[in-house]
Design a protein around this ligand. Structure first.
Ligand code: NAD
Length: 297
């Protein structure tokens, strides 16, 4: 079993760290939030007073932070823990961040003789709790193989996308497509309702027709069509609009850098940012359906 430092114990990082503890790893955790730390301490993780203390002597250093600036700050900036990380350690950043920041962190750590991979995840809080996340890894093949020791205890699908940064690129391509599917499914369902159809019947028809997609199968955005999804629970839980808007911003930045044409992604970002600015940032991303609903009056 390995000695693991885990930094960032929020909605995702908390349950991921707990799964490592359950698998028998010696986990030392650090988060700026005392409440987040208390939750993993109850489950058997050791708690460090600083990030530098957490990473000292760790074989694996895992981070799960909000955005690129936090990851840069942790490893190379004001928290600057690189000097405390063992040269034999493997650093695994699981946050969803821009590929450039991932490459900067990778290069900065590499210059100090420390191995790094980016390993963003898909599967949400449910997947983090169940240990069924998909990890999309960028980095050297040997580092990917080594990471399986810990990633296998937090997820069930492990992909090697390419060099450092490639995990982030694959992740935002996926989320851009997901947002487009969610918007398209929402407007189609509402158009059916506006024309007298039952959204459940229409969903069943499209599921067996060429419009079939992941959102219809597992995450129907129309309330009360499907049980146990955020749309049937006031759009609570799941994957927040704030995070989808962030990921679509990352997708657009990547598209500009590579001069890619992504008209659907750009439109989805505009819709999600408008939805966010209307006060829906904390709702699940399937709440974009509300944009198309016909209001009374
Ligand atoms: P969160 O806000 O719940 O957790 C982030 C945690 O990081 C917080 O506990 C915060 O206190 C801590 N933190 C921030 N800066 C820190 C620092 N410098 N040192 C130590 N701790 C610090 O966010 P989350 O939902 O857990 O998401 C984390 C990452 O996972 C994001 O990049 C997000 O895009 C990605 N992600 C989230 C989901 C999801 O469904 N929530 C799904 C896939 C990927």
């Amino acid at each position: 079993m390995a000695k693991v430092a885990f930094i960032g114990l929020g909605n995702m990082g908390g349950p991921m760290a707990i799964n490592l503890v359950k698998a028998g790893h010696a986990v030392t955790a650090f988060d700026l939030s005392a409440a987040a730390l208390a939750q993993v301490k109850v489950e058997g993780a050791a708690v460090a007073a600083t990030a530098a203390e957490a990473v000292t002597d760790a074989e694996f250093v895992i981070s799960m932070l909000p955005a690129g600036k936090h990851v840069l700050g942790l490893y190379l900036g004001e928290q600057g823990v690189a000097g405390n990380i063992s040269k034999d350690a493997l650093v695994i950043d699981c946050s969803t961040i821009d590929a450039d920041s991932a490459r900067k962190v990778g290069a900065g750590l590499c210059a100090q003789g420390i191995a790094f991979i980016d390993a963003p995840v898909s599967g949400g809080v449910g997947g983090a709790k169940a240990g069924t996340l998909t990890f999309i890894v960028g980095g050297e093949a040997a580092h990917f193989e080594r990471a399986k020791t810990v990633l296998g205890n937090m997820g069930k699908n492990l992909f090697h996308a390419g060099d450092v940064g490639a995990g982030q690129v694959a992740k935002i391509c996926n989320n851009m497509l997901l947002s487009i599917l969610m918007v398209g499914t929402s407007e189609a369902l509402q158009m059916g309702v506006d024309n007298g159809l039952d959204p459940k019947v229409l969903s069943d028809i499209m599921l067996k027709s060429s419009g079939r997609n992941w959102t219809l199968e597992l995450y129907n955005p129309c309330p009360d069509v499907m049980p146990n999804v955020p749309s049937s629970n006031g759009y609570q839980g799941g994957f927040m609009v704030d995070l989808m808007a962030k990921d679509l911003g990352l997708a657009l930045e990547a598209a500009m850098q590579s001069n890619s044409s992504t008209p659907m992604g750009a439109l989805a970002r505009s819709l999600y940012v408008a939805h966010q600015r209307a006060g829906n940032g904390k709702l699940d991303f399937s709440s974009i359906f509300k944009l198309f609903e016909k209001k009374a009056g």
